[in-house]
Design a protein around this ligand. Structure first.
Ligand code: ADP
Ligand code: ADP
Ligand code: MG
Length: 503
């Protein structure tokens, strides 16, 4: 059994992993850069070790340094979290070669499923539908244009090594293809050090549906149902929920079984997520496999009453899955909002600075996974996501109402966050009805934003106390006249076109 885990990550996911390790009686070691010396997760872990300067390339991406630290402190396992080294096959291999358990899939399985084109080929072979397009990387521009014209527009150019929406371009007309190809290749090169790209038909108005998989080292594979992550801006998820309103038991079973078959074929073990894009007629197509724990894993945990990090640790220790497919029980509805330090009024630019006040929501069915505390700085070095707010209720309506209330009661001051924006999005008619797709935020919800006058006083000049007072007054009024209004009326600020225009 694993005795000490080194967490090769930072922020909220490091805190999340440490929590489960503690519950299991496993010791934890954190690693930190200059910037993270005093971060919450370093205090929460049993031990913490310095690994280098703030830029990730000089600390959290240094595989050698991390392995060396694990050996030095006697950690027998490494959990990579998400991002950073989590999907690097070589890191999984390095752990193994050094006698350290990698809490994730073996290198060979990451190679087979982590590369988008390799995974797509494997999906086709195993009878999982894929988006029409190429399954081979292309580099020649003339050849690429020919293929693009054959596939037809709109199409999507994607980086084979891609992640986090980077290196991806939608092309609507042939005349824009060449420049989009160049941009995509350049971005892929600078983000992933690999400029190979491929082309796919763009599924207009699609929904992002993904399946959570668990596979042990004894050939047992189960799925824990879907997550719908269609609320996206710039191909990045903002709000996720489970179940999806478009998935019934029959479809869940069908996609889940296909995903399991593909995972088995790749010799994959540990937790993983298979992503699909689903069109209006509920045709679904394999997009990619994320060979790691996902940001939005808590919604699956709350709906299935499981601890995915615990399952990951048990699988990595060589244990058999503790449940069969029949044991998996789905209960209620769960929603997650990603809380980011960014400024929705200023094109969502990352917002940096010191958090001088936080008031967190709490209550039955409310969970906050966070890596921050009062006094913390948010920097330019890392991702802008600072925490996640998750609610669970018996029905979708209850989960939404809980989230509505939780967002109202979540106050972070000192820098800009997307909390108000999330609140408006949650209250939009399309979200309320579940009738939204991956293009909704940018095409429908946001366009009018900048034409609307601000209805809030400038938050910079407002103290946390006066925000709290305003919230209290607003809630009191709402209670008195029996209506639930949005916080400080900000939904009028964010509301886009009318819902009718969208349908
Ligand atoms: P999820 O589906 O789990 O939400 P995302 O695509 O949003 O996954 O990525 C999760 C995190 O990992 C984000 O912080 C993102 O910036 C980071 N990330 C994803 N892919 C890569 C990659 N290839 N290289 C570096 N960071 C990545
Ligand atoms: P990443 O590695 O950045 O997560 P994905 O392949 O998962 O890349 O795509 C990210 C997002 O882009 C998806 O969630 C979806 O919204 C959109 N997308 C990807 N492929 C397609 C497609 N063929 N048609 C329509 N939308 C797509
Ligand atoms: Mg993806």
């Amino acid at each position: 059994m694993i005795k000490k885990i080194l967490i090769a990550n930072r922020g909220e996911i490091a805190v999340r992993i440490i929590k489960t390790a503690k519950e299991m009686g496993i010791k934890t070691a954190a690693v930190y850069s200059d910037f993270d010396r005093y971060s919450l997760y370093t205090k929460y872990a049993d031990e913490a070790f310095y690994i280098g300067p703030s830029p990730a390339s000089e600390s959290y991406l240094l595989a050698d340094k991390i392995i060396e630290t694990a050996k030095m402190c006697g950690a027998d396992a490494i959990h990579p979290g998400y991002g950073f080294l989590s999907e690097r096959a070589y890191f999984s291999k390095m752990c193994k070669d050094n006698g350290i358990i990698f809490i994730g899939p073996p290198a060979e399985a990451i190679e087979k499923l982590g590369d988008k084109t390799a995974a797509k080929t494997l999906a086709m072979v195993n009878g999982v539908p894929t988006v029409p397009g190429t399954a081979e990387p292309i580099s020649d521009a003339v050849e690429a244009k020919k293929i693009a014209d054959e596939i037809g527009y709109p199409l999507l150019i994607k980086a084979s090594a891609g992640g986090g929406g980077k290196g991806m371009r939608v092309v609507r007309e042939g005349k824009d293809f060449e420049s989009a190809l160049r941009m995509s290749q350049n971005e892929a090169k600078s983000s992933f050090g690999d400029d190979s790209v491929f082309i796919e038909k763009y599924i207009e108005g699609g929904k992002h549906i993904e399946f959570q998989i668990l596979a042990d080292q004894h050939g047992n594979v189960i799925h824990l149902g879907e997550r719908e992550c269609s609320m996206q801006r710039r191909l990045q998820k903002i709000i996720e929920e489970t179940p999806s309103v478009v998935i019934n038991d029959e479809l869940r079973n069908e996609i889940g079984e296909r995903a399991k078959k593909l995972v088995k074929a790749a010799g994959y073990t540990n937790a993983g997520t298979m992503e699909f894009i689903m069109d209006k007629d509920r045709n679904y197509y394999f997009l990619e496999m994320n060979t790691r724990l996902q940001v939005e894993h808590p919604i699956t945990e709350m709906r299935t009453d499981t601890d995915l990090v615990r399952e990951q640790i048990l699988i990595a220790s060589g244990e058999k899955l503790s449940m069969t497919q029949e044991d998996v029980e789905f209960g209620g509805h769960t929603i997650e909002c990603r809380i980011c330090a960014e400024d929705p009024d200023n094109n969502f630019l990352p917002s940096i600075g010191r958090i001088d006040y936080i008031s967190r929501p709490s209550g039955n069915g409310i969970r906050e996974d966070s890596g921050i505390e009062e006094g913390d700085e948010i920097s330019i070095y890392y991702d802008s996501m600072i925490s996640k707010l998750i609610t669970h209720g018996k029905t979708r309506e209850i989960a939404i109402r809980k989230m509505d209330e939780a967002l109202r009661n979540y106050i972070i001051s000192g820098l800009k966050t997307n909390i108000e924006f999330l609140h408006s999005l949650l209250n939009s008619p399309a979200f309320m009805d579940g009738d939204y797709n991956t293009q909704y935020v940018e095409r429908i919800f946001l366009p009018e934003v900048y034409k609307n006058e601000r209805t809030l006083p400038d938050e910079n000049t407002e103290t946390a106390l006066s925000i709290a007072a305003a919230l209290f007054k607003e809630r009191k009024e709402a209670a008195e006249n029996g209506t639930i209004k949005s916080v400080n009326g900000h939904s009028s600020k964010w509301a886009g076109k009318k819902y009718e225009d969208y349908r």
